[in-house]
Ligand binder design. Sequence first.
Ligand code: IMP
Length: 195
Amino acid sequence: MRLLLATTNPHKATEVRAMLAGTPFVIETLADHPHLPEPGEDGDTFEANALQKAREIHAHARVPVIADDSGLEVTALDGAPGVHSRRFSPEATHEANNALLLARLDGRTDREARFVCVLALVTEGWEGTARGACPGRIVDAPRGAAGFGYDPVFEPDELGGRTMAEATMVEKNAISHRGRAFAQLPTLLRRAGML
Ligand code: IMP
């Protein structure tokens, strides 16, 4: 059975294929559908954005679609940058986003934050979402070179004082918001009656 993963990232495709090994699913990505329009993401929640992407692609491709949306929520900033994580700073680079985040938290003692990822599955007769979260805190200065985005300024509770950018990819995937959301993919497929 065909399953279209709404990403051009080959790493995500490899991970999902490994997760669904031994099932009848053939995982396609947007690279296999170059004619599809770029999906929008202008919702207020990760759920709304993931569903919007999956619905728009499903409307064109007419095969079951999986899409995800993710970001960082900081408690002292009322959940910002949240759904605006990618474009938090005007420059919208990872370095500028991290610098702006540290500036906003300057002098604040409440450093609580979490990464969030929501996965949406849209099929002909069913749609649903699953959420994964990774709790932690924002450090005072960036540390580490692995990963991407806010990884150098985010210290997950489960990494013993290291930032996400100081973890290996295997360590990150075991505790990350994305790993936890994608781990629920078989459950979503079962609820959709596909597994
Ligand atoms: P998207 O869901 O892939 O569009 O991610 C939105 C933004 O959230 C990214 O551009 C990053 O700034 C941030 N983000 C999402 N996941 C991660 C992560 O695993 N590490 C660091 N930053 C992340």
